[in-house]
Design a protein around this ligand. Structure first.
Ligand SMILES: Cc1cc2nc3c(=O)[nH]c(=O)nc-3n(C[C@H](O)[C@H](O)[C@H](O)COP(=O)(O)OP(=O)(O)OC[C@H]3O[C@@H](n4cnc5c(N)ncnc54)[C@H](O)[C@@H]3O)c2cc1C
Length: 209
């Protein structure tokens, strides 16, 4: 019988979710293995990296934004310290408005105290020649997401903690929690993004709806 290497967590997928989870678990003292391969359709590596508090047709502030912001600022500032680089920049997002309805919707949001620090109109000649003002979302952020992904992947590669291949689900035996040469002590975390639709362990979930 071959001896298995004990790990606390197997993380499947190294997009932004898996990368940050793996890195934070490692820093918390856990034994981690990351299995990651690049696949057509992965989201993080093609993402614009915008973190925008006001979204959608009705310009709604993200639920629990202040708490979320506190967490991501803490997370990325700590990574910036670890890696001595800039990952996250505060920016403003300018959005075209296309109708009186949109302009009125924004104007009414600006009267709401919860929105006043986030939104304002800006009047400038736009390339679209629009008769409407631009909506300025004042408190957004731009994340250098590919830098985060690259740093995390290199970090784990240097420690020889990455398996660079597509996970075959049949390699995982959930009853013994053995995957290849590894004995998993605490759990497998699937962070495969949209590829989770192919994951047989969750085929009871209506992921196509
Ligand atoms: C074009 C585009 C632009 C976007 N812009 C923004 C934006 O500006 N702001 C924003 O907040 N959101 C944006 N998003 C959404 C955001 O990118 C995603 O919500 C986020 O990246 C999802 O991250 P993830 O880690 O869950 O999944 P993914 O980034 O898809 O990562 C999953 C990873 O797991 C790997 N994988 C999957 N299955 C396996 C397997 N069996 N074995 C090994 N590896 C596997 C995949 O190859 C992939 O690398 C954008 C999305 C797209 C498509």
């Amino acid at each position: 019988m071959t001896t298995k290497t004990e790990i606390n967590y197997l993380i499947v997928g190294g997009g932004i979710a898996g990368s940050l989870l793996a890195y934070n678990l490692y820093k918390a003292g856990k034994q981690v293995r990351l299995i990651q391969t690049s696949m057509k359709g992965e989201a993080s590596s093609v993402s614009a990296g915008l973190i925008n508090p006001i979204t959608g047709k009705r310009f709604v502030k993200t639920w629990n934004w202040e708490v979320i912001q506190q967490h991501f600022l803490e997370c990325y500032r700590s990574l910036e310290k670890d890696w001595d680089c800039t990952l996250l920049k505060p920016i403003s997002i300018y959005q075209y408005l296309d109708s009186v309805e949109e302009e009125n919707q924004c104007a009414s949001r600006m009267l709401d105290g919860e929105y006043k620090d986030y939104l304002e109109f800006e009047y400038m000649p736009t390339s679209k020649g629009s008769e409407f003002p631009l909506l300025k979302i004042k408190t957004a952020f731009l994340l250098d997401i590919n830098l985060v992904l690259g740093k995390v992947l290199n970090f784990f590669k240097n420690l020889n903690l990455v398996t660079n291949e597509k996970m075959e689900y049949t390699d995982l035996d959930p009853s013994s929690m053995i995957w290849k040469d590894f004995q998993i002590l605490d759990g497998v975390v699937f962070t495969e993004g949209s590829f989770a639709m192919d994951n047989p362990f969750f085929n009871h979930l209506p992921l196509w709806l």
